[in-house]
Design a protein. Structure first.
Lengths: 76, 145
């Protein structure tokens, strides 16, 4: 996961690196995702979320569709 | 707590306190356990995807969101400076520590510096984040996502 100054910079990087252009997310979305994913990381109970929990976390951050589905085998 | 949870807490506590990856010796001292048990614990935590080990199988490459090696994503919290594994983890460190932070990274295409100030939430800056790999494939190669 990399930072870019703009969508144009992402497109240039993808073209230069022969990498498919994937969905972009905004800084506020990434912050919400970080809080949901890592908020309890320093506690004994912390663990990697299971697939259903991942789907719920992504959905709350507005990240839905095959790209964000941890069990998807279709990334179209 | 069981041994692996104690070990996990010691690893994360060490990262948070020192901003560095712990050595096996440091973890053995912290848990009053033989180094062999620490190695074995590392292996189990890696199997659970709590840690990513370096190719030597003995040192920690990632205890997400913390990076055990220098990266392009630096996160300043108070008087400490951490390395993060990726853009997500750069915000993950203040989220995990429940702290304000300043993030120093770069635009991957232009290589221009990117400075994000986070006080309760990130102050807006011209910036987007690109996830190159779908979620279902992240652990095929967690270093490249």
């Amino acid at each position: 996961m990399l930072f870019f100054r703009s969508e144009e910079m992402v497109n240039e990087w993808c073209e230069a690196n022969f990498t498919p252009r994937q969905p972009l997310i905004e800084l506020d979305q990434l912050w919400n995702l970080s809080k949901a994913w890592y908020g309890n990381r320093m506690t004994p109970e912390a663990r990697r979320p299971g697939p259903e929990e991942m789907r719920e976390i992504f959905a709350k951050c507005g990240l839905e569709g095959p790209f964000w589905d941890p069990l998807s085998d279709h990334f179209g | 707590m069981d041994f692996d949870t104690d070990l996990k807490m010691a690893i994360y506590g060490h990262f948070a306190e020192s901003a560095k990856s712990p050595t096996v010796f440091e973890m053995a001292s912290a848990l009053s356990a033989p180094e062999k048990e620490i190695f074995e614990g590392y292996g189990r935590l890696a199997d659970q995807r709590v840690l990513v080990l370096n190719p030597d199988g003995e040192t920690i490459r990632m205890a997400p969101p913390f990076a055990g090696i220098p990266t392009q994503h630096r996160v300043r919290v108070g008087d400490k400076e951490y390395f993060a594994n990726c853009a997500w983890d750069a915000l993950g460190i203040p989220a995990a520590l429940h702290a304000n932070a300043e993030i120093y990274s770069r635009c991957e295409q232009s290589k221009q510096p990117l400075h994000i100030v986070l006080e309760g939430r990130p102050f807006p800056v011209p910036c987007v984040i690109h996830f190159a790999v779908p979620a279902a494939q992240w652990w095929d190669d967690i270093v490249y996502t």
